[in-house]
Design a protein around this ligand. Sequence first.
Ligand code: KG4
Ligand code: ZN
Length: 347
Amino acid sequence: MSAGPLVLGIESSCDETGVGIVRGHTLLANEVASSVAEHIRFGGVVPEVASRAHLESMVPALERACAQADIDLTEVDGIAVTAGPGLMGALVVGLASAKALAYALNKPLYGVNHLAGHVAVDLLEHGPLPAPCVALLVSGGHTSLLHVNSITSGITELGSTIDDAAGEAYDKVARVLGLPYPGGPHIDRAATGDPAYVAFPRGLSSRRDQERNRFNFSFSGLKTAVARWVESRQRDGEPVPLADVAASFQEAVCDVLSAKAVDACAATGATDLLIGGGVAANGRLRQLLAERATQHGITLRTPRPGLCTDNGAMIAVLGAEVITDGGRPSRLDIGADSSLPVDRILL
Ligand code: KG4
Ligand code: ZN
């Protein structure tokens, strides 16, 4: 077994209750209990429903993770937990659980940043991060380009979405197309048609945007354009070609994400690009990024899809990095921060 601290990680920022266990960069357990099925009929995550589901899933997930890793909780070197950003009520369940464990077991607590966790998870697959590198974070709640000098102390935001997150756009467009929530995987599967069927807008990609919004994103205009296109078809009594519209929408999202990510590498001189967050599981995004990265001599690091979506292992490995870098434990009275900025990695 490789060296490194043995860390328990707890994640509960949205609708996934995640408990992960790592030793350094080695993944020992990754248990995820999703409440997504309970949110489907509402077409989106209902915070109160998510919080209650975390409460019910936490202890069973913890027990399964310990069994899978074949460890006893008394052995861990530290307990890492998502302190933010995320849904307040959901975060509180994970944070309270982690504090209770830390207190009862007399172990150090590390309240860490969910977004940095999405970056750190790649350590489990591809080892140490070359510094500096660029990270493209694309999830249901966040879309940003990050410059990463150190995963535990040096993350700066180059740009982010000025309206909807990429995953949010997927989820909203899926609804317009009559596909279930969460829409990302459904659109990914449905997008087998012509990506040039409809020329949907590429947000903040004009020459003028190069100055003020070079690394920012906007997806709300695209979402509206798809909705208008579908409505006009329906008004005319014409069928909506799902495979073509899904492919055209997806192309617009992935074109912008990959172009700006590669541009961020060029602007900062980074030769490594990594992706994280739920949308990083997208097949077309991974393909387009791979093509463009190769063209520009950039090494692309793509965690496997199961590690891109929310999980406890990403929090555990971030905690392990913090411990290895000598980070001080968090106080037991830290509060959850629903809008924790990405440069506050440890609370
Ligand atoms: O990172 P994540 O699990 O949770 C948040 O922190 O938001 O991301 C969830 C988002 C959802 O919007 C979902 O539709 C999207 O990721 N997603 C995808 C795919 N799988 C999940 N979007 C596009 N393609 C996918 N294959
Ligand atoms: Zn996330």
